[in-house]
Ligand binder design. Sequence first.
Ligand SMILES: Cc1ncc(C[n+]2csc(CCOP(=O)(O)OP(=O)(O)O)c2C)c(N)n1
Length: 352
Amino acid sequence: MVQTADSTLSGLLPGLAAGEEVSSFRDAYLKAFRWMLLGRTLDEKFASLYRGGKIHGGVFIGRGQEALSVSVGQLLRSEDIFAPLIRDLAGRLAFGEPILDAVRNYLGSVLGPMRSRDGNVHRGRPRQGLLPMISHLGAMIPVVNGMLLARRFKGIPESVGATCIGEGGTSTGAFHEAINQAAVEKLPLVLVIANNEYAYSTPTSRQFACRSLIDKAVGYGVESHALDGTDLGTCLKIMARAIQRARQGFGPQMVVARLLRLCGHGEHDDSSYIDPKLKQSPSGRDCLKVAEDYLLRQRWAEPPVVEGWRNEVVQRVEEAVAKVQREPGPDPYKEDWCPLASKHLNDAQSQG
Ligand SMILES: Cc1ncc(C[n+]2csc(CCOP(=O)(O)OP(=O)(O)O)c2C)c(N)n1
């Protein structure tokens, strides 16, 4: 396991000169916090639209996982590849996905990236390195490997490819084949595993028998990093380190975060199976609250400023939803699309 000293900021954000580090860490933290706020607010809006019958597909939110997710999206560069999972709205936004992509996709606007054919979370902008996920667990890892290999074969300067999965995804064949391939090919893959204690309702005790998921990295000769996914500062530091190691040619990096899913698997799930003791444990802390308390304690922002940020994201979310609700939905008589043609998917760009 690669050691990252929590107590020092040294080497935190690659490329920074000494002395710049503290203020840059504060800036990165505050930026990340605001992405977390936006992700949480937008997720909650989707949950409420779903309950009001306005969203017909499933709604999957990332409550409790925003610190981890944002740290991936924010620390990647625009030329990198990001393949998010269902709980990564906050990370998508930090990577550059417009709010309107998410709103249009869920509400079925024809202007959305999937042109109203999804109503769910399977959206993306492949040309900008943001891959639309498919539902099969673990299946995006080989896709990222393939993109990284393609860039290598074409002589395009290598970039990092990051993907997020849950601990349940680590039990699939796709996970094992892909991590092995990435290790053998020394691909600059960052594999982020959110161990949120349950794969739907299956607890970790029924998911894996190894002591820690880190052991899976050891078995494949892959560098690994364990972290507390409820702590934004730790997420930023360790993710920066993992991305930097992948970029510098040290091969794939596995990041395993410990946290708790503070919601159901999807909004259709009341999550009554979650052990109440876990909610009281350190993993059960709400990363957004932890981050807010920390930045207030540091006096990096005063309470009215944070309140202003909160109001601002609510306004952005409400404006986006109001705009999309006026947009046209699908018209089956105008369909000329074939499920076997990838043309429209590749062309997908939402407008506005
Ligand atoms: C190969 C495969 N098996 C089963 C499913 C059904 N399924 C969808 S999500 C899910 C649980 C996912 O748990 P985890 O990977 O831990 O992620 P989390 O939802 O906890 O974030 C399951 C079993 C699937 N999508 N793909």
